[in-house]
Ligand binder design. Structure first.
Ligand code: AP5
Length: 215
């Protein structure tokens, strides 16, 4: 199965991607996490990405496409993958077509996650994440067992720099202008399945199995 998860910031793409990865056993490729790792490691790509990410802008297409292309050459994704946060522009969608073409593969489905603006704001301002393993928590709804500590690896949880209100609002504008238009493209191809980002966490596995049944 080759799946893209698309939706506004904070709609729950990353959370859902991890659940789907666990159910179906495919690797999750999260461009936001890969870029944050590159920034933390101070790589060439990371140095370029940092400025864009701090402002809530999309990182330059050539950088993101380069990172994804390199990742999708690894053998563990030959049978399938879940793309979380890519593509996010028309250029990136074209690049994904080209990469899949080279792999002799097709995209099966685009899962489009919707959520109300007030849900998004609350989710992002109360999100805490693990800088080491990428686990995601929420200060009201998804609490770690020990306050401020990751259940998975014991690292100290952090608030992302781009989860400040002014940057969140800008990320939402960027989403509307640059990412939302690619939905139409996938709708024309009959690939889109819409899901509600408002569901409770324990309702997600059942919904995922229903929506992705037969793939
Ligand atoms: P990225 O990290 O991808 O950020 P995003 O798209 O803004 O999405 P988020 O990670 O903020 O939210 P999400 O939808 O994954 O929600 P989550 O599951 O965490 O990108 C960051 C930056 O990197 C971009 O701004 C850009 O600069 C750059 N970038 C990345 N990809 C790029 C690309 N392709 N091209 C160019 N630039 C790129 O959930 C949010 C919160 O809600 C969490 O606290 C979670 O615990 C909670 N939650 C989730 N679901 C539920 C639920 N059902 N019930 C209760 N709480 C929930």
């Amino acid at each position: 199965m080759r799946l893209v998860i698309l939706g506004p910031p904070g709609s729950g793409k990353g959370t859902r991607a991890k659940i789907i990865g666990r159910i179906f056993g495919y690797p999750v490729v999260t461009t936001g996490a890969m870029l944050r790792e590159a920034v933390a490691a101070g790589t060439e790509y990371g140095k370029i990405a940092e400025g864009y990410m701090k402002k809530g802008e999309l990182v330059r297409d050539d950088v993101v496409i380069g990172i994804v292309e390199e990742r999708l050459r690894k053998p563990d994704v030959e049978e399938g993958f879940i793309l979380d946060g890519f593509p996010r522009s028309v250029n990136q969608a074209r690049a994904l077509d080209r990469i899949l073409n080279k792999m002799g593969a097709i995209l099966d489905v685009v899962m489009y996650v919707t959520a109300k603006p007030e849900t998004i704001l609350s989710r992002l301002s109360l999100r805490r994440s693990c800088p080491k393993c990428g686990a995601i928590y929420h200060l009201k709804d998804i609490l770690p067992k020990v306050e401020g500590v990751c259940d998975e690896c014991g690292s100290k949880l952090v608030q992302r720099d781009d989860d400040k209100e002014a940057i969140i609002l800008h990320r939402l504008e960027v989403y509307e202008q640059q990412t939302f238009p690619i939905l139409e493209r996938y709708e024309r191809l009959g690939k889109v399945r819409e899901v509600s980002g408002e569901l409770k966490i324990d309702e997600i596995p059942g919904e995922v199995e229903r929506v992705l049944k037969g793939l």
